[in-house]
Design a binder for this molecule. Structure first.
Ligand code: UDP
Length: 333
């Protein structure tokens, strides 16, 4: 298949580009490089540096290339920023996705894999999360993702768009050869922040909230290896047919607490990793983990990395070999 990958220079995008290429697909990447990294992409993969707000560029691209499918990552990701500046998120994550969909509709491309989020569920009472549960997204980030899910659903009905919305849980880890990995600026995610302490770049890690109704009082999350997540995209795009609606939780089904992540990181790195207990971070929910039996059943996908220790070890190999990440940007923190 010939696949357009938007945001293919980002964290999950770059791992998915590799997985698609390894599976024999022809990939073209569209990335603005606002947050993505040119060096995360193999030189042999064509890169178009451009933004999804550029409708002329999209029109020309879909006219000149005959894509079979699109895998759409390009989006802003920081939840806290979405609360402070919601319209930035509605503009980029919703309006610009509409530009992409319009270009697809005009050129007859009817397969799309979309990066959604488990945050669309909000704060449900029961775990694990199942795709049929009611959605109640709480942040502008999650609402924008959910708004796109509706646009996909309506497009499926109206012009036979086939879509797979992958509701991601907590992506972590790095490529098995440690040549690409996680490099966000600023970095808000737990595992990289813990490992930056082990690298000596930070003095301690903050535990946001120790009074949650969980076994050890800290939040539980479902950490999924980025290569497993990439494999889910490949399986989805290969299975998809025009007009289909597929919504999948992509997690491992296992919840790990913040304290467990720090403990495992201590074992993996051999570093003491001092931790400081802080108050809750606004917007965090106590527990999020997936029932991913639907994608396992329908696509035959299952996570290869089942142990948190393997995921942390993989992230550690990347951070040790790339202490400054890709080293292509001046850091804000
Ligand atoms: N967290 C933490 N310290 C940090 C970063 C995150 O205690 O430096 C906690 C956060 O409050 C949440 C969990 O770790 O309970 C996972 O947060 P992350 O930002 O990695 O992912 P999220 O689940 O928010 O998408």
């Amino acid at each position: 298949m010939k696949v357009l990958v938007t945001g293919g220079c980002g964290y999950i995008g770059s791992h998915t580009v590799r997985a698609l290429t390894a599976a024999g697909h022809q990939v073209v990447v569209l990335d603005s490089l606002v947050t993505g990294h040119r060096v995360a992409l193999d030189e042999r993969v064509p890169l178009i540096v451009g933004d999804l707000c550029d409708r002329q560029l999209l029109g020309e691209l879909f006219q000149s290339e005959r894509f079979d499918a699109v895998v759409h990552f390009a989006a802003f990701i920081e939840v806290g920023e979405s609360v402070r500046d919601p319209l930035k998120f509605y503009e980029n994550n919703v309006a610009n996705t509409i530009n992409l969909l319009q270009a697809m509709q005009v050129s007859g491309v009817r397969k799309l894999v979309f990066s959604s989020t488990c945050a669309v569920y909000g704060t449900p009472d029961t775990m694990p999360l199942v795709e049929t549960m009611a959605c109640n997204p709480a942040s502008p980030y999650a609402r924008a993702k959910y708004a796109v899910e509706w646009a996909l659903d309506d497009s499926s009905a109206a012009w036979q768009l086939g879509y797979a919305a992958l509701r991601y849980f907590n992506a972590a880890g790095a490529a098995s050869d440690a040549t690409i990995g996680e490099d966000h600026d600023p970095e808000s995610h737990l595992i990289p922040n813990v490992l930056k302490v082990a690298l000596g770049q930070r003095e301690n890690v903050k535990i946001f909230g120790t009074d949650y109704e969980t076994p050890d009082g800290t939040c539980l999350r479902d950490y999924i290896h980025v290569e497993d997540l990439a494999a889910a995209h490949v399986a989805a795009v290969e299975a998809l047919q025009p007009g289909e609606r597929r919504i999948y939780n992509t997690g491992t089904g296992v919840g790990a607490s913040v304290r467990e992540v720090i403990d495992v990181s201590r074992q993996v790195t051999g570093h003491a990793i001092p931790a400081i207990e802080e108050s809750r971070r606004p917007g965090d929910v106590p527990r999020l983990f997936a029932d991913s039996s639907k994608i396992q059943r329908e696509l035959g996908w299952s996570p290869k990395y089942k142990e948190l220790r393997e995921i942390v070890a993989s992230a550690w190999r990347w951070h040790q070999s790339h202490p400054e990440g890709y080293g292509d940007r001046r850091r804000s923190s």
